[in-house]
Design a protein around this ligand. Sequence first.
Ligand SMILES: [Zn+2]
Length: 349
Amino acid sequence: MTLRNFSILFTLMAIGGIVSVQGQRSNTSPKLEDLPRRAIDTLSTQDDETKVIIYSNNTWSYYRPTLLNKYDDLPVYQKHWDTTQVFAYRTIELSDLPSAVDLKLISTMDEFHPPIIGRVFSKYGPRGRRSHKGVDIPLQTGEPIYAVFEGKIRYSKYNTGGYGNLVIIRHKNGLETWYAHLSKRNVAVNEYVKAGQVIGFGGSTGRSRGPHLHFETRYCDQNFDPEYLFDFENGQLKYQTFALERSFLNIYSRASDQLEEEDDEGYLALLTENIDSDSTSADFLERVARAQAKPDGINPGGPVYHTVRSGDILGRIAQKYGVSIDQICRLNNIKRTTILQIGRKLRIR
Ligand SMILES: [Zn+2]
């Protein structure tokens, strides 16, 4: 909507308000909220996209004209826009994607909000013959769930495939974030949301054993480990711009395949059921036994990897794992002077 169209709409709203004044006379003294509302002024706020509308009955409301449809013309909101099915890119294969895509996530910190803050108790990755395509974070039923970045709601309905109440936001850069098992959804498809807007409330709908948020990140329908982008426990975003490599779009590519993150989380992970698994109680007991025997994610004697983070240098990585720089160079066929790309997976052992 152009500014001019907006003014016309605004004028119509105002006229509508005036018309309703004539129709609502009453003998009893009216309550404030019952008074006819007529827009009399708009005020700017610190946020460029938000205005405050002042009404004739001394009430006010927020208005965000520019959020309504300023992105509607972007190809990302034109192509593969399917509000009825979870998968929207059915004609695109993984092999069609470039080897890496730069995802510009934010330019200022207020463009990010954690979906919920909490410890991931079930990580992304293979689960026996099935796979867990997101992360699980425990919550209290009814806790608000926030949009991580601004975007447009691509899907908001009850999904019978196991997700329960599911909201999918497609962000401008093509990234999609999925929020599952919600007790209640707060948004409708084709609606724009800002980072930090409450898109629903946590719950345990669908295939779930207890209240938790199942959260996924996808690009062209292909899932990757959300922990590449987010530190859920501290509510932080790891990058402003993230180089999403095609190799990350793989259930075996985990952000946490690093020694320092191996702890008791794996135990909790195996105790908790998730949407991609349809196991019986015998399976569950077996998983408990396995978890007690061996923490998830540790493969003693197997290869050890480190995913490069912002600020990492070879010397510090080598020191952290107690290996030589030469060993890392040899295993990864790189030189001491090679610039380490964030997100790159280095073999350590
Ligand atoms: Zn899950």
